[in-house]
Design a protein around this ligand. Structure first.
Ligand code: NAP
Length: 494
C-alpha cells in the first residue's frame, strides 16, 4: 500500500553512508537483520569499524558550527518538513518495523505518526527557549554595575542510543531536540530496528538536514559501543535501554553529561476502594501492550487482599481476550525480539510456581512467542517480584495494607513509574508522596506519553529528565555573558 507523498525510503543494503558520503558495503562487514516473526532476513546493515566511527565524529565536528550558525527558524523549518515526510511515509516504515521488531502493525504505524508529532512539537517549543538577565546588585555588597546575560548554546555532538522497542520514536525524541538546538547527532540505532531508523534518517536528508549533521552508525553495541561512548568527540550521551548497559556506559563515559532512560519494574497498586473493573482494564493494557516489552509496562500488581480475588478474576477475563500470533495481523501478543527474554520469563514463572505461586492464565511459550501470563500469590522471595522480565508476564502480589504496598514498591532497585488505583484522592496524593519513582499515575496505567510530559526515573531507572522542554534544555548548556558597566556622563539632564 502506498500513501500520498510516500517516497522511496528503503535503505540500500549494497551501500552505506559514511561521513555524509555513500560507500560500497563489504560482505565481511554486513550485519543481517533477522525477523523475530519468522526468522526471515529483513535486510542488512553495515557494521561500522572503529576507524569509521572516528571519521563520523570528525565529520560531525566539522559540520556542527555551520549548523548551529543557521537561524533557529531555518533549523526548525527543516524539522517541520522532516516531520511531514515521516508522517507521509508511516506505512512503509511501519511495515519494516513490524518485521524487524514484531510490533503489531497498527502500533508500528502509531509509533511513526507519534514521532512526527514529537518532531513538530519540539520544533515549536525550541523557538520559545529564552535566557535570563540579572543585575549584580541583587547580591549583598554589589553595585548595579554588572549585567549577566545567560543564554543557551548547543553542547556540540550528541551521541544518541535508542533501544529496540521504539527504534523510531526513541531515536526521534533524542534527534529532534538535539538538532533544533544546533547540535550534530551521531545515532547508534539498535541492531533490531536499525533498518527503520535508517529509513527515517534518509527522510531527514531528503528535506535538507545535512548527512554530516545527522549520522547513523550501525553495528552491534557489544562491538562498537565502548568505542562510541568513550570517544573524545562526544559531548553528551542520551541513552535508552537496559539498566545493565546504561550503568556500564555511565562508568565508562567519564566527564560527559548523561541522559539515561533505563529499566523499570513499575507496580500498579490497587486499594480496597478502587474501581476494580477500570483498574483491571488499565493493568491488562499496561502489562501486555507490545507483549510487555515496554519500560513503563505494568510489571507487578500490588493489591490489597480485600479486592484481590475480584481484581485477579477481572484481569484474567481481559487477558484471555488478547490475540496471540502474527504482528502483521495486528495480534496483541507477538514473538519477543530477544529469545532469551522468553526463556527467562518462563524460568521465572516456573520457579515462582514451584515456590507456591499460582499461574492463573497462560504460562507456556512456543519459541519466542510467549502466551500472556498472569501469576497470582507471588511473594517477596521470588525473582518474579523483582526482576524486569521484558515479556508478557504479570505477577500479582497480595498485600495487607497501603503501607505494605509502598514498602514493596520502594524495595525495588528501579524507580520509573507507579500507578495507584483508589477513589480516595487524599490517599492517592499521600501514597504518591511516599513512592520513590519518577512519575505516579493516579487511576491510570503507567506510560511514557504524552511525549511532552516530563519523563524520568529514579535509582536504577535513569538519570536526567526528558520530555519536550526538558530534552531541549538537556541538549544545551548555559553560557553567561557578563557586561561590566561603566558610569557614563550623558552630557546633560535626562
Ligand atoms: P539494551 O540491550 O541495553 O540496548 C539498548 C541500546 O544500547 C541498543 O541500541 C544497543 O545496541 C546498545 N548497546 C548495547 N551494548 C552497548 C554498549 N556496550 N555500549 C553502548 N551501546 C550499547 O536494551 P534493549 O534490550 O534494546 O531494550 C530493552 C531495555 O530498555 C529494557 O530494560 C527497558 O526497560 C529499557 N527501556 C527503557 C526505557 C525508558 O525510557 N526508561 C524505554 C524503553 C526501553 P544493540 O541493539 O546493537 O545491542
Amino acid at each position: 500500500m502506498t500513501t500520498t507523498g510516500e517516497t522511496n525510503t528503503a535503505p540500500p543494503t549494497s551501500r552505506y553512508r559514511l561521513a555524509g558520503h555513500w560507500r560500497e558495503a563489504r560482505p565481511e562487514q554486513e550485519l543481517k537483520v533477522l525477523s523475530p516473526v519468522d526468522g526471515s532476513a529483513v535486510g542488512s546493515v553495515h557494521e561500522f569499524t572503529v576507524a569509521e566511527v572516528d571519521e563520523v565524529f570528525a565529520a560531525a565536528r566539522r559540520a556542527r558550527g555551520a549548523w548551529a550558525a543557521r537561524p533557529l527558524t531555518e533549523r526548525t523549518g527543516l524539522l517541520h518538513r522532516f516531520a511531514d515526510l515521516l508522517a507521509q511515509n508511516a506505512d512503509p516504515i511501519a511495515r519494516v518495523l513490524t518485521m524487524e521488531i514484531a510490533k503489531p502493525c497498527n502500533d508500528a504505524k502509531d509509533e511513526v505518526v507519534r514521532s512526527a508529532d514529537y518532531i513538530r512539537h519540539t520544533a515549536e517549543d525550541a523557538l520559545r527557549l529564552v535566557g535570563e538577565t540579572q543585575f549584580s546588585d541583587a547580591f549583598p555588597g554589589q553595585a548595579r554595575n554588572k549585567l549577566a546575560i545567560a543564554h543557551r548554546v548547543p553542547v556540540g555532538t550528541v551521541l544518541a542510543i535508542p533501544p529496540f522497542n521504539y527504534p523510531v520514536n526513541l531515536a526521534v525524541s533524542k534527534i529532534a531536540p538535539a538538532l533544533a538546538t544546533g547540535n550534530a547527532v551521531v545515532l547508534k540505532p539498535p541492531s533490531h530496528g536499525a533498518l527503520s531508523a535508517l529509513m527515517m534518517c534518509e527522510l531527514a536528508y531528503q528535506v535538507g538536514i545535512p548527512p554530516t549533521v545527522l549520522q547513523a552508525v550501525t553495528g552491534r553495541g557489544s562491538r562498537i559501543g565502548d568505542h562510541l561512548v568513550t570517544h573524545a568527540g562526544v559531548d553528551l550521551i542520551t541513552f535508552t535501554g537496559s539498566s545493565g548497559t546504561g550503568t556500564a556506559l555511565a562508568r565508562k563515559a567519564g566527564m560527559v553529561p548523561l541522559l539515561l532512560e533505563l529499566g523499570g519494574k513499575d507496580p500498579a497498586i490497587v486499594l480496597d476502594d478502587a474501581d476494580v473493573e477500570a483498574a483491571a482494564a488499565d493493568i491488562v493494557s499496561g502489562a501486555f501492550a507490545y507483549s510487555g516489552q515496554r519500560c513503563t509496562a505494568v510489571k507487578r500488581v500490588l493489591v490489597t487482599r480485600v479486592v484481590a480475588d475480584d481484581l485477579v478474576a477481572a484481569i484474567v477475563r481481559r487477558t484471555a481476550r488478547l490475540t496471540v500470533g502474527d504482528p502483521r495481523d495486528n495480534a496483541r501478543i507477538t514473538p519477543l525480539v530477544d529469545p532469551e527474554a522468553a526463556a527467562e520469563a518462563e524460568r521465572m514463572t516456573k520457579d515462582a510456581e514451584a515456590a507456591g505461586a499460582v499461574v492463573v492464565h497462560g504460562g507456556g511459550r512456543e519459541g519466542n512467542l510467549m502466551r500472556p501470563t498472569v501469576v497470582d500469590h507471588v511473594t517477596e522471595d521470588m525473582d518474579l517480584a523483582w526482576v524486569e522480565p521484558f515479556a508478557p508476564v504479570l505477577p500479582v502480589i497480595r498485600v495487607g495494607s497501603a503501607a505494605e504496598a509502598v514498602r514493596l514498591a520502594n524495595r525495588s532497585e528501579y524507580g520509573l513509574q507507579a500507578a495507584v488505583f483508589t477513589c480516595d484522592i487524599d490517599m492517592a496524593i499521600q501514597l504518591a508522596a511516599r513512592l520513590d519513582v519518577g512519575t505516579v499515575q493516579v487511576n491510570g496505567r503507567t506510560a511514557r506519553g504524552p511525549d511532552h510530559f516530563p519523563f524520568l526515573g529514579t535509582k536504577a531507572s535513569g538519570m536526567g529528565t526528558q520530555g519536550v522542554r526538558p530534552s531541549i534544555e538537556a541538549m544545551t548548556r548555559v553560557k553567561s555573558l557578563v557586561v561590566n558597566l561603566r558610569e557614563k556622563d550623558l552630557g546633560g539632564r535626562t
